[in-house]
Design a binder for this molecule. Structure first.
Ligand SMILES: [Zn+2]
Ligand SMILES: [Zn+2]
Length: 355
């Protein structure tokens, strides 16, 4: 029996070596390319499963501070009939497209505020969904100021749109669908679309005014997405009885240590910036306190300040967290089946179910 496994292992090593060697040649390369192209296009054609759930996809969980390969702020919200994205930070559109999210039915983008790490890829979302056949202009919702943002993006990319229309033709790329439109919103219910209700609430991100967060309700399930904010009375009210709160989170011990070290190293500008942001985002301790005061089934930290560059920083975020708190990462799915208490979280392909 032992000999059999030794021979099997040797055969597998030999086969692996042969395969590795064979891709140096054009024949095997052609065959591999044919299989890969067919597999990837079939995957696109099949699309994602579409269960009757409120589903959240993390397309960006980073803040601008720190180093990692995470994308900046971006959260996708899907139901069988709805698809919206909250914020569109740098590098996030690649996560959206790699996950095969249904870009042709993207209905709108909700902006929480206009810091660059929340708006950088607005046009990428617009372009991707336009090219893939979105039937209506992409609407950008946001507080006062969104009109300027949308006008600026439309203006900046006017030439890009004209080249693409000329190249592919107006039948494929209808010009009127290539321009973003905007809707200025205030706190309160801002959208009721079938079973989906979206409510905006005031965020505290001073001196960024106005800034908002959003709550999505769908068939007995709900998620609140904070954008950048401290915990306030509005947070308490909007998050009461919600299933999932996605909140920006800052680790004060890590930021203070980094600021101190920057100062000692003579990096006074960096030290000041790190000190300035301390009251600019919700601290992990304020969020744990919120979770103890308000009925929230699960809290997920995103827009981490600083972005964990290593496992030690990650451990600081995880310190003293209650069981119903998690750290969100790019590529995570949170699924809230309609009319149920379940929360299914898929991270790196591994599914965990919480009741
Ligand atoms: Zn911000
Ligand atoms: Zn931000």
């Amino acid at each position: 029996m032992k000999k059999f496994f030794i021979y099997l292992l040797l055969a597998l090593v030999a086969l692996g070596g042969l395969l590795r060697f064979s891709i140096e040649f054009q024949g095997p390369q052609n065959l591999a390319m044919k299989l890969l192209a067919s597999f990837s296009m079939q995957r696109v054609a099949d699309g994602l499963p579409n269960p009757d759930s409120l589903r959240i996809f993390i397309c960006g969980s980073a803040s601008p501070l720190g180093q990692s390969d995470r994308a900046q702020s971006c959260i996708a919200v899907l139901t069988p009939k709805h698809f919206y994205i909250v914020d569109s930070g740098a590098a996030s559109t690649a996560n959206v497209t790699n996950a095969q999210l249904p870009m042709a039915r993207l209905q709108g983008v909700f902006l929480t505020h206009f810091h660059s790490d929340h708006i950088a890829e607005l046009y990428e979302l617009n372009l991707n969904s336009w090219v893939l056949g979105r039937p209506e202009p992409l609407r950008v919702y946001g507080p006062k100021g969104v009109r300027r943002i949308v006008a600026g993006v439309n203006d900046t990319y006017e030439l890009d749109r004209s080249y693409r229309i000329e190249h592919h033709g107006e039948d494929l790329l209808r010009p009127e669908l290539g321009e973003l439109n905007h809707k200025t919103i205030k706190a309160g219910v801002i959208l009721e679309d079938g079973d989906l209700k979206v409510t905006a609430y005031a965020a505290d991100h001073d001196p960024v005014n106005p800034a908002v967060g959003y709550r999505f309700d769908y068939r007995g399930r709900s998620v609140v997405i904070s954008g950048d904010s401290n915990v306030t009375g509005s947070t308490r009210r909007i998050a009461a009885n919600t299933d999932l709160l996605l909140h920006d989170a800052l680790s004060q011990p890590v930021m203070k240590k980094l600021s101190e070290s920057a100062s000692q190293a003579g990096l006074s500008r960096m030290s000041k910036i790190m000190d300035d942001v301390l009251d600019y985002h919700a601290s992990t301790t304020s969020l744990v306190k919120l979770g103890s005061e308000v009925d929230i089934d699960m809290v997920a930290f995103y827009h981490l300040v600083p972005v964990p560059a290593n496992v030690i920083v990650e451990q600081f975020f995880l310190r003293d967290l209650p069981e119903n708190f998690v750290l969100a990462d790019d590529g995570d799915w949170f699924e809230l089946p309609a009319d149920s208490d379940e929360i299914k979280i898929t991270t790196n392909g591994i599914l965990n179910t919480f009741q």
